[in-house]
Design a protein around this ligand. Structure first.
Ligand code: CA
Ligand code: CA
Ligand code: CA
Length: 469
């Protein structure tokens, strides 16, 4: 595993210059980022395969989970009783509409966000009167009428909560050698509010759907293997702190480490999935039995059927099995010389300080696929201050308005094979991997600056390495 580059290491590197340059080395196993779960695959289905080490008998469950992830849910009552209960308020009618081909979503090109694989979380500032219980369990204060998320669709008879609009401002960055890169920064607003005016101090956080591969392996990691990278006071002086989010586990009824979502606001896949069914599709479950419309959203309330659990525990379990077992593709170019050069630069300039290359999963009795695997996700799942430019100014549990969870980079090179429209970063502002790097600020400012001031050939090697993941 590549060690984190501390300040002394960075200094000695700078002093050593080129003369002492070590040879980049291939590490055993790194071509199979998901260990034995990895699969050899390219093209549109790159993110849609079951874990390579899954027994045939378990594939049936994977396929059932897949059908509930992919197929549209419908309004109840309906003859399709296994998949009814959609709405009254919702963002779209299937998981796959946002997680396109099990990959990520994208930001809109034009002004109209409806039918785009992005969602808008909302909240209002906490005050002295805020019930502390709300902050402990929700992580932020929901709007009293609109809740914690804008649902921009509604069943006939009810009304959507609004339309999410975006406008971009463009700027240029000049890299060493004179090449320029255009960046675009999104500015979001909500128009046509369906349930009364929204306050001026509404906090908004636009989020693009994230890719679904390798999630069961990240869930399997022990807290302690991740917490070793926490350094909230930056005691090792490398400019990188990093701390875990602490979020509410609804099943256990206590606060635990957060792992999923762009701010690590969800503790595990079951809860993340149940929250998605409820928040994004209006499907209630034993975990989230309340529909996503508030008391004052009368046209929504009037349509409620009284059905408390629209997705059964049995089906939620299959969907969760599915989301745990989507395979990470094998890296075909992991031994390429330029790729290995880029890999070394990735650690030399500090990228690997947050995008931690590898871990071992523990032995797991009930999850043979994820058990005992050497994995290469390139994340620490911790929160980092990423600077003002990326800030959403909306807290989520311990995550402040400038903090984001380091996203895994495995499979990222296949993003555009899976969906040509896919975009990077939490709000999808980056159209390319290079743009995503150039937006890094805060704790990542120093490594971003070193990327800008590299020779063009070095930058190309670094990008080729990331493209090979
Ligand atoms: Ca419903
Ligand atoms: Ca809402
Ligand atoms: Ca540090």
């Amino acid at each position: 595993m590549i060690k984190r580059v501390g300040l002394p290491a960075l200094l000695s590197l700078a002093l050593a210059g080129c003369s002492m340059e070590e040879q980049p080395v291939f590490e055993p196993g790194e071509e199979r980022p998901g260990g034995d779960t990895s699969v050899t695959i390219a093209g549109r289905n790159s993110f849609s395969m079951p874990a390579g080490n899954m027994k045939v008998t378990r594939r049936l469950d994977f396929n059932v989970g897949n059908s509930f992830f992919r197929n549209p849910w419908v309004a109840s009552p309906s003859s399709t009783t296994a998949r009814d209960g959609l709405g009254p308020l919702f963002n779209t009618n299937s998981c796959q509409n946002c997680h396109i081909k099990d990959g990520r979503g994208h930001a809109p090109k034009n002004n109209d966000l409806n039918k785009v694989s992005l969602l808008m979380r909302i909240s209002i500032p906490a005050t002295a009167d805020t019930d502390p219980e709300i902050l402990i369990k929700d992580g932020s204060v929901p709007h009293p009428v609109y809740g914690g998320q804008i649902q921009d669709f509604a069943l006939p008879g009810s009304v959507p909560e609004g339309r999410v609009q975006v406008r971009y401002e463009y700027s240029q960055v000049t890299l060493k050698g004179g090449e320029t890169v255009e960046l675009r920064k999104p500015f979001f607003s909500i128009t046509d509010p369906g349930y009364g005016p929204l306050p001026d101090d509404l906090m908004m956080s636009a989020r693009v759907a994230s890719p679904m591969i390798g999630l069961g392996l990240l869930e399997a990691l022990t807290d302690s293997s991740l917490l070793t990278y926490e350094d909230p006071e930056d005691r090792d002086g490398d400019g990188i702190s990093g701390r875990a989010n602490r979020v509410w586990d609804h099943e256990q009824g206590r606060t635990v480490m957060g792992r999923f979502g762009w701010k690590a606001g969800q503790p595990n896949l079951k809860q993340q999935n149940a929250a998605a069914f409820n928040g994004d599709m209006g499907i209630t479950s034993s975990l989230f039995a309340e529909e996503n419309c508030s008391e004052s959203q009368k046209s929504c309330r009037d349509l409620l059927t009284g059905e408390k659990v629209e997705i059964s525990d049995k089906i939620l379990k299959k969907v969760t099995f599915y989301t745990r077992n989507l395979a990470v593709p094998v890296r075909s170019e992991a031994r390429n010389k330029t790729v290995l050069k880029g890999k070394k630069l990735f650690s030399d300039i500090g990228c690997a300080g947050c995008h931690i290359p590898s871990y071992k999963t523990p032995r797991l009795r009930d999850q043979p696929e994820q058990s005992d695997q050497l994995i290469w996700p390139y994340t620490d799942l911790l929160l980092h201050d990423m600077g003002e430019e990326l800030a959403d100014h909306r807290p989520e549990f311990l995550a402040s308005g400038v903090e984001w969870r380091t996203p895994p980079l495995w499979g990222i090179g296949k993003t555009h094979e899976v969906s040509i429209e896919a975009t990077f970063l939490h709000d999808g502002r980056a159209r390319t991997i290079q743009e995503a790097i150039l937006w890094h600020g805060g704790e990542a400012q120093a490594s971003r600056d070193r990327f800008v001031s590299m020779e063009k050939t070095q930058r190309a090697a670094l990008l080729k390495f990331i493209g090979s993941l």
